[in-house]
Design a protein around this ligand. Structure first.
Ligand code: SF4
Length: 351
């Protein structure tokens, strides 16, 4: 039997579980919540009786996610995690330390079915969706891990940019966002959360209606449909114009600018002609462009352009009044890109 995931319960669910399933008084729910916020396991909840902890452990788990391995970069303070899930699946996460606090990149699915050409997470398709508790569990486990070294550290910003397409796991992701923002829980402001999508247009419209002040990051990676289709199969379902229209709607509904992610790939989308076309497409839209020199994906034979090409692309956008920055490469020595570490571990495990 799958055990219940306490971390994935909202306050009402936790209270009902404590009173109806466990037959305990209401105040136990508050005690359990406090332990969950600290990332504690059930056997560490020492203000519950031993009998209650034992009963609880039979039917539930506090955090379904455990850090199996961690790798610290020698180049910066980036740390990569390989998390184990209760069914033996593995996912990845990375924490980046900035002067304004720690940013954690979380996964929303095991694998992904979107098929982007530059992404290692999709090579074996989507295995399954993560539960709200498994998404929140990554934050709780990372917090506990980094606080062992420095108790003043905590995850301050979250980017939903790990493996998986968040809007392809819509309900669980929306529940996670509400849980992580809960003042009685981890209480992370949704203004510090970015959700990255490859452009599932109908879900982008739904998401704009949720009233959640999350920053939307759109993986664009091309200036037109022709190139986008080569990199992202989703472009066959939702053409460029529709994606941009959904972004405009998001800006109008939430008042928040959209971030466009643009991975620069050698000989594919990185010349100045592409920059000009991109600038034309984005004109008038409240947005910012993140330029990302591609992390080489051996399996796909794709690589990054030269630094001069990257800089020329950025200058060209600036000339046309499109704000753009080149994303600093973090943790380059620890398989920093999405899906690479899990894949390496899985490949090594195969006979
Ligand atoms: S980039 Fe994101 S949406 Fe595309 S395949 Fe990878 S995980 Fe999926």
């Amino acid at each position: 039997m799958d055990r219940l995931q306490l971390l994935g319960m909202d306050d009402v669910e936790l209270l009902t579980f404590v009173t109806d399933t466990l037959g305990e008084s209401k105040f136990r729910a508050k005690q359990i919540r406090e332990w969950l916020n600290r990332g504690a396991a059930i056997d560490e909840m020492t203000n519950l009786s031993a009998a209650l902890r034992s009963k609880l452990s039979e039917i539930a788990v506090a955090n379904p996610v455990t850090i199996m391995e961690s790798y610290k970069s020698k180049l910066d303070e980036t740390e990569k995690f390989l998390y184990a899930l209760p069914d033996g699946n593995l996912i990845e996460g990375v924490v980046m330390r900035y002067h304004h606090g720690d940013t954690l990149c979380v996964s929303t699915q095991v694998g992904c079915r979107m098929g982007c050409a530059f992404c290692a997470s999709t090579l074996e398709g989507r295995v399954r969706n993560l539960t709200p508790g498994e998404i929140l569990g990554q934050v709780a486990a990372a917090n506990r891990h980094i606080q062992k070294e420095d108790p003043s550290r905590r995850v301050h910003n979250i980017v939903l940019m790990g493996s998986g397409e968040p809007l392809d796991n819509y309900d669980n992701v929306v529940k996670f966002l509400k849980l992580v923002n809960d003042p009685a829980g981890l209480n992370i402001s949704l203004r510090n959360v970015s959700l990255s999508t490859c452009g599932l247009v109908p879900r982008m419209y739904d998401f704009a209606e949720e009233g959640l002040p999350v920053t939307l990051s759109l993986s664009l990676h091309a200036p037109n449909d022709e190139i986008r289709k080569k990199l992202m199969p989703v472009a066959n379902a939702y053409p460029y114009e529709q994606v941009i229209a959904a972004c405009k709607n998001y800006v109008e509904k939430t008042g928040r600018r959209v971030i466009f992610e643009y991975a620069l790939v050698k000989d594919v989308n990185s010349d100045t002609k592409c920059a000009d076309e991109l600038a034309k497409r984005l004109r008038g839209l409240q947005c910012h462009v993140n330029l990302i020199p591609l992390n080489d994906v051996k399996e796909r034979n794709l690589s990054a352009p030269t630094r001069q090409t990257v800089e020329a692309f950025q200058r060209r956008l600036a000339l046309k009044n499109i704000s753009a920055t080149v994303r600093r490469e973090m943790g380059a020595d620890i398989e920093g890109a999405c899906g690479q570490l899990r894949r390496k571990v899985l490949t090594q495990a195969k006979p």
